[in-house]
Every structure is written in C-alpha cells, then in structure tokens.
Design a binder for this molecule. Structure first.
Ligand SMILES: CC(C)(COP(=O)(O)OP(=O)(O)OC[C@H]1O[C@@H](n2cnc3c(N)ncnc32)[C@H](O)[C@@H]1OP(=O)(O)O)[C@@H](O)C(=O)NCCC(=O)NCCS
Length: 399
C-alpha cells in the first residue's frame, strides 16, 4: 500500500463518509431505516478505515457473531462486512492491508473463524477464504405442482402481518439457527431493517406477506407482471418437517401466481413432496457464506464428525503465515487436534479447509480438483466421510 495512505480505527464522525463510500462502491443507496440500524449491527468502533489526505478511501467492519457449527455447538466468529475501496484508489493494495489488519484484530480476540458474503468469487481465495455453503435458486411452475398422495397435510399455518409476527419470527429464527450449521444469531438492528421492509429490497414487488406456523414462518412478495405473476419466497424457516410441509402447501396454493421462486439447500425435501420433482427447477446456484479458519485446532475441535479419524493435516496458510501440520484424531464424533511435527497425510490450503468445514463441499471432489493431496485413497475416503454432515449448512441472514 502507498505510504501516504494510513489505516486507523473509525469513530462516529466517520460514519457519513463510510456510508457514502459503501453507496459508491456497491452502486446503490441505502434507505433511511438501514442507515439508522447499521451501527447496531456493525459497531462503528470495530470499523477500520484507510485514509488518504483526510479522506476515507477504504473500509472494513466486523461483528462478533455466534455461529452454529456441524453438531450443534456454537463458536464466536468475526462476521466481516462493507469491504470497500474507493474507485479512485483501486488495486494499490488497500484491501490487502485492510485484511492484514482485520485478521490481526480477529486473532487478538481469539476468534477461530472469520465469515462473510462475497460480492465476487475471485477476490478472497488469496486471503484464505473458501465458499462454504451452497444454495439453489429454484423456480416452480405453480399451476402444475401437485403434492404426492403420500405428502402429509399438517396444517397449522396462519396469515399474519409483519408487525404482529415480530416476536414469533425472532423466536422461530433463533430455534432454527441453533440447529442449522452456518446460522448466526441475529441482532435486533437487523430485524429492524426487515420490519421496515424498505423499497430497496422489493425490486418492484409488494411489501412482505407473512405466513406463520408454531414451528416456522415464510416471508414472501408478490409481483404482477405483464406476462406472469411471480411469488418470491424471501425467507422460509422451518424448525420441523411438519412446518416445512405446511408452509409449502400454502405457498403452492396461492392463486393468481404462475411461478414461485425460492432458495433451497441441496437436501431440501420440496422436490420429493410433489408428483413431478422436475417442476422444482434449479435455475441458479450461489455460495452464501464464505469462511476462513483462523485457528485450526479450535475450529476443528468445535464441530463433530461422522466417522473416526487419525491423520495429519498439512495446512498451507501463506497469507497469515500460520499454516503447519496438525494431528487430527476423531473418536465417536469428537475431535482432538494439535500441531505436530509428523509428516502430513493430507495436504490442503486454508481456503480449501474453509470450504470443507460445513460439509457442503466434499473432500473427494476437492481432491479430484487437485485442491487436496492425499497419500492414501482410503484415508481420503475416511476424511470425506467424517466431514460430511447430517444437516445442510445455510447462511442465517445476509450481511
Ligand atoms: C474489491 C475491492 C474491495 C478491492 O480493493 P483493492 O484495494 O482494489 O484491492 P487490492 O489492491 O488490495 O487487491 C488485493 C488483491 O486482490 C485482487 N483483487 C482485488 N479486487 C479484485 C476483483 N474484483 N476481482 C479479482 N481480484 C481482485 C487484486 O488483483 C490483488 O491481487 P494480488 O495482491 O494477489 O496481486 C474494491 O475493488 C471494491 O470496493 N469493489 C466494489 C465493492 C466490493 O465488491 N467489495 C467487496 C465486498 S465482499
């Protein structure tokens, strides 16, 4: 980074300049309820700014999030957001310097993971981040969708307003995120933005409609088009399979809707509830959460495993100069992990470890892509099995 540019912690006075920089860099305008609530999500004192001649030209901020990991335990993670560098100052190493500082602070706080959502897929691998969840964008022809005769009809769904369902949404989300790897605790300030239901997220569609169930909820929008009417499910959280089926039964019963759009994880049962699974047509796939392991033993011992292991992982982490060999021993799902001088059985880079962590990407697939080197095929197969998870990981709320 050029020597005239300095990094420092932000103060409250910097907030308008940080908002302006984000609007310029992401090419949008925040609505007032967002601006009011951003500091409640990302405390200004946790922001780092890059300054050139008194002007803020770079920014990053984080929030300490409580993140559910495979097996149901939680770990504290740095959730990084609003990573921006002014278009006048691009490609001079400002992002790189901001990340060196961000990682130093995360390490000093002892947080074993760093997470975020990425604007582009090519930026963050070099800093040790890998995509760690996978979501399918589906489009369903509602007129042709019929439930199989074997699909239960549990009922229990109520129509509600956003205002009256606030407490219910919060409570269900909290139950959902505790059982879902990748789910983070959700601050009130983030809910406030949802409850304000601002114009920016509507894309010409209606404000939010709400369906509630004792163990779930669905938030959706309707859009009347010239050729077709579309319902977009913005968020569906179901804590039980009954709630999932009950909510989808109502969504697929919405008259005057030609198509329903939603995001599903790979193991979502919806295609198997209807007579023609092809109707749940995948039209896109996106990554959601990205993960960097900051502390290999702490991260690997926080989650559970689907099989016993006894091997040495050789982890390359050149960006933080923090890799090494780690002995990983798993018995009955529980791991012990510590640095070792033994030679590695399986070698991989820290971003690949991030992609494996939540089980959404398989070790055998990444080995086939030459992202993992294993001495022994049987050991790779055991590693692959042990990392696979019972529940699909999913990002709780976008940040
Ligand atoms: C993405 C952004 C933060 C990069 O900032 P920057 O200061 O120009 O980045 P740096 O100069 O520090 O680049 C660091 C490295 O990342 C690479 N890089 C930066 N932006 C990249 C991009 N958009 N695509 C691919 N690589 C990128 C650089 O080539 C450089 O690589 P190297 O050091 O390995 O040679 C900036 O362009 C921006 O604000 N973009 C719009 C907002 C955005 O997308 N933010 C990210 C939100 S997740």
């Amino acid at each position: 980074m050029a020597s005239n540019i300095t990094l420092r912690s932000a103060t409250e006075k910097d907030f308008p300049a940080i908002v302006q920089l984000a609007e310029i860099c992401f090419g949008m305008r925040y609505d007032p309820p967002e601006i009011e609530n951003i500091p409640g999500i990302f405390p200004i004192e946790r922001a780092i700014v890059a300054v050139d001649d008194g002007q803020i030209v770079g920014h990053t901020v984080d929030r300490v999030m409580t993140l559910t990991v495979p097996g149901g335990d939680t770990v504290r993670a740095a959730g990084v957001s609003a990573v921006t560098v002014a278009p006048t100052h691009r490609r001079r190493g400002i992002l790189r310097s901001l990340y060196i500082e961000q990682h130093a602070r995360t390490e000093a706080e002892g947080l074993p993971l760093t997470i975020f959502t990425a604007s582009e897929g090519t930026i963050y691998g070099r800093f040790g981040y890998g995509p760690t969840t996978a979501m399918n964008e589906v489009s369903i022809d509602r007129h042709r969708a019929e439930f199989r005769p074997t699909t239960p009809d549990p009922g229990g769904v109520r129509l509600a307003t956003l205002d009256e369902s606030r407490d219910h949404l919060r409570a269900v989300y909290d139950r959902w995120r505790r059982q879902t790897p990748g789910g983070q605790d959700r601050p009130d300030a983030n809910w406030n933005i949802w409850f304000a239901d601002t114009e920016r997220y509507r894309d010409g569609a209606s404000t939010l409609f709400v369906l509630t169930h004792p163990d779930g909820y669905a938030l959706y929008r309707r859009k009347w088009g010239e050729h077709e009417n579309v319902t977009t499910v913005v968020e569906l959280r179901a804590v039980t399979t009954e709630a999932h089926i009950a909510l989808w039964r109502v969504l697929l019963s919405l008259d005057l809707t030609d198509r329903i759009e939603a995001s599903l994880t790979d193991d979502d049962p919806l295609p198997h509830l209807v007579t023609d699974p092809r109707l749940v047509r995948v039209k896109g796939r996106y990554d959601g959460l990205w993960l960097r392991v900051m502390d290999v033993p702490a991260a690997l011992t926080a989650r559970t495993y689907g099989g016993n292991l006894d091997l040495v992982l050789g982890v390359e982490d050149s960006f933080r100069d923090a890799g090494g060999a780690f002995a990983l021993r798993v018995r009955d799902g529980v791991a012990e992990c510590e640095p070792t001088t033994r030679p590695a059985d399986i070698e991989l880079s820290i971003d690949t470890l991030g992609s494996l962590y939540f089980g959404a990407h398989r070790a055998r697939v990444l080995a086939a892509a030459n992202r993992i080197q294993a001495k022994d095929g049987a050991q790779l197969a055991a590693f692959d099995r042990a990392l696979s998870t019972e529940r699909d990981a999913e990002l709780g709320w976008f940040f």
